[in-house]
Ligand binder design. Structure first.
Ligand code: 13P
Length: 247
C-alpha cells in the first residue's frame, strides 16, 4: 500500500474543502485506487468539519501535530491526541521539522508518539537532516539518532509510518538524487528492522514532491509514498502527483 499524504501546514478555511472534493472524485474513479491511500492533514481548525464530511469517503483526515499529554491538562492552546481522535482525526504527523525548530525534543516526541498510539491515531513520524548535516556527511547518523531516540520496540509498529523529509528539500525545489534517496531509504528501513524485526513501518519521502519529479521516485521501490506540502494545496497539483506516479 502506498500513501499520498498532503500536509497543508498553515493553509485552509472551511470552503477549502472544495480542493479535497476534487481529489476525492479523482480517487473514487481511479483504476489504481486500491494501490494507495490519500490522507490530508489540514490545520486543527478544520479537522472536525472535514472528518465529518469525509467520513464515508475515500480521504482520511489527520492532524499536523499533537501535544505530549494524553487527555486534558492546563497547557494553554495545547491539543491532545485524545481530543484529536474525538473529532475524527485518524492520523497525526509527529516530529515535522517545523515543530522541531520550535522546540520539540526527542523526549517530547516520544511522548507524543506514545499518547497518539494509545488513542488509536496512526503516527506519521517525520525525520530528516539539515543542509549542514548533509554537507558534513552526517545524514545517516542523524537519521539513526532521530529514529532510535523516539521509536520504541513496544510501540504498535502497525500504526507507525516514517516520513523522511530532508530539511534542505522542504519548499526549496531541491530534491535528493535517485541514488542518494534509495540509499537513505534502505538505511532507514534497516534501522527500523533492527527495532521492529519483521513487518517494520513503511517509509515515505517528503520535500518538494510535485507532478514532474514524482516519476523519478518511481524507480525507488523501497519508497512507500509521499508527504506533500506545497503541491497538496491545489487539487490539480496533488492529482498530478498520483496520476504521474502510476503512469
Ligand atoms: P513541500 O512539499 O512544500 O516541500 O513540503 C514538504 C513538507 O514539509 C511536508 O510535510
Amino acid at each position: 500500500m502506498k500513501y499520498f499524504i498532503g500536509n497543508w501546514k498553515m493553509f485552509g478555511v472551511p470552503k477549502s474543502v472544495s480542493i479535497l472534493n476534487k481529489i476525492n472524485s479523482y480517487y473514487s474513479k481511479d483504476k489504481n485506487r486500491n494501490k494507495y491511500r490519500v490522507i490530508i492533514t489540514p490545520p486543527y481548525t478544520l479537522i472536525e468539519s472535514y472528518s465529518k464530511y469525509f467520513k464515508n469517503k475515500k480521504i482520511s483526515i489527520g492532524a499536523q501535530n499533537c501535544y505530549q499529554k494524553e487527555q486534558f491538562s492546563s497547557n494553554t492552546a495545547a491539543i491532545s491526541p485524545f481530543m484529536l481522535r474525538s473529532v475524527g482525526a485518524k492520523y497525526t504527523l509527529i516530529g515535522h521539522s517545523d515543530n522541531r525548530f520550535e522546540g520539540d525534543t526527542d523526549l517530547m516526541l516520544k511522548d507524543k508518539v506514545k499518547y497518539a498510539l494509545n488513542n488509536n491515531l496512526k503516527v506519521v513520524f517525520c525525520i530528516g537532516e539539515n543542509k549542514t548535516e548533509k554537507n558534513n556527511k552526517k545524514t545517516l547518523s542523524v537519521l539513526k539518532r532521530q529514529l532510535t531516540k523516539v521509536l520504541e520496540k513496544k510501540f504498535n509498529k502497525n500504526n507507525i509510518i516514517v516520513a523522511y523529509e530532508p530539511i534542505w528539500s522542504i519548499g526549496t525545489g531541491k530534491i535528493p538524487t535517485v541514488n542518494e534517496l534509495k540509499k537513505t531509504t534502505i538505511y532507514i528501513k534497516k534501522i527500523l528492522k533492527q527495532i521492529y524485526k519483521k513487518n517494520s513501518p513503511g517509509v515515505l519521502y517528503g520535500g518538494s514532491v510535485d507532478g514532474s519529479n514524482v516519476e523519478m521516485f518511481k524507480e525507488i521501490r523501497e519508497i512507500d509514498g509521499f508527504l506533500i506540502g506545497g503541491a497538496s494545496k491545489t487539487s490539480k497539483k496533488f492529482i498530478d502527483i498520483i496520476r504521474n506516479y502510476y503512469r
